[in-house]
Design a protein around this ligand. Structure first.
Ligand code: NAD
Ligand code: UDP
Length: 318
């Protein structure tokens, strides 16, 4: 593994015991970095980092980033935030706090130590988009008072903070707008569509399609996302993003359900349930900027990524 992405020695990953964070840490450790993983284990799990606990270059700190943190590091990946709708709607005030107060604390740390900081933002900043596919210049179509707003508006405010710290204090910021990502170590009960469908298929339960299943998402395998995040952190000084990181191949939710049934060999039936409020009808990233600035594009097709994800959930179930 090369270290060409960036040359930090001590890397702080907030939310590092989560799904994406734990994969990112695996890459950083493999590249020779020292990693401080900070996580309050709200949705993350020690099991995701158990294989690293005795590693000499890995340290875990149980901490809520809504409280200040005084550590000495050379770069920050700020991933702490519940990401699935059922998790972020469980305590919506805390969800906004982690994006706003948590970001202020991490930006304060970056300001004091003069280090670069990357924010895990989201395609949710586009809301239910009226532009398709979504480019970074699109300002979005977001309900400020709905059930998803704690997450969407929290992440939008976090982006505002990142850009104001950049303009006001000269902090080197990198903002990634992450589109739906899936893979091993997703929480089996997080309610996200890939984990839900795979768990339901493996258990022979009905596959719950919300609405008529014609809404679309574009699914990125976690290894592709991590590669994009590392490349973004390694971009030239002055490049801030925001930059879309996602897989531009779009599927309807019904197509996803059918593929999961095919790959698991399940006899589960598809059933329709009401569509949750403010559920975006379509989502697909325009990744021209990521191609140009990061020389990045995803390489794992949905079928191949799902096979690995299904294998993970099968082994969890045993
Ligand atoms: P996840 O829930 O698995 O990971 C989030 C981690 O943050 C968990 O380990 C959780 O315990 C931790 N956390 C939550 N609140 C915290 C707090 N106050 N202090 C410290 N730690 C805290 O979710 P994920 O899918 O790995 O998402 C990681 C990041 O990427 C999130 O910021 C999310 O918004 C963003 N993102 C993910 C996706 C996706 O499809 N996975 C899409 C867009 C954006
Ligand atoms: N979805 C579904 N059945 C489920 C879980 C989700 O049909 O059991 C749908 C959901 O309504 C949405 C899409 O799948 O249209 C993606 O949902 P997810 O929660 O994974 O992510 P997000 O809506 O944040 O993109």
């Amino acid at each position: 593994m090369t270290r060409q992405y960036f040359s930090a020695r001590r890397v702080l990953v907030t939310g590092g015991a989560g799904f994406v964070g734990s994969h990112l840490i695996d890459r950083l450790i493999a590249a020779g970095d020292q990693v401080l993983c900070v996580d309050n284990l709200f949705t993350g799990a020690k099991a995701n980092i158990a294989h690293l606990l005795g590693h000499p270059r890995f340290e875990f700190l149980r901490h809520d980033i809504c409280w200040p943190l005084f550590v000495e590091v050379d770069a920050i990946f700020n991933l702490a935030c519940p990401a699935s709708p059922i998790h972020y709607q469980h305590d919506p005030v805390q969800t906004t706090k982690v994006s706003v107060i948590g970001s202020i604390n991490m930006l304060g740390l970056a300001k004091r130590t003069k280090i670069p900081i990357l924010q895990a933002s989201t395609s949710e900043v586009y809301g239910d988009p009226t532009q398709h596919p979504q480019t970074e210049s699109y300002w979005g179509n977001v309900n400020p008072i709905g059930l998803r707003s704690c997450y969407d508006e929290g992440k939008r405010c976090a982006e505002t903070l990142f850009f104001d710290y950049h303009r006001q204090h000269g902090i080197k910021v990198k903002v990634a707008r992450i589109f739906n990502t899936y893979g091993p170590r997703m929480h089996p009960a997080d309610g996200r569509v890939v984990s839900n469908f795979v768990m339901q298929a493996l258990r022979g339960e009905d596959i719950t399609i919300f609405g008529d299943g014609s809404q679309t998402r574009s699914f990125c395998y976690v290894d592709d996302l991590v590669e994009g995040l590392l490349r973004l952190m390694g971009t030239r000084d002055g490049f801030t993003g925001p930059v879309n990181i996602g897989n531009p191949v779009e599927f309807t939710i019904r197509e996803l359900a059918e593929l999961v049934i095919e790959l698991t060999g399940s006899r589960s039936k598809l059933v329709q349930l009401p569509l949750p409020s403010d559920d975006p009808t379509q989502r697909k990233p325009d990744i021209s900027l990521a191609r140009a600035e990061l020389d990045w594009e995803p390489s794992v097709p949905l079928r191949a990524g799902l096979e690995k994800t299904i294998a993970y959930f099968r082994q969890l179930a045993n």
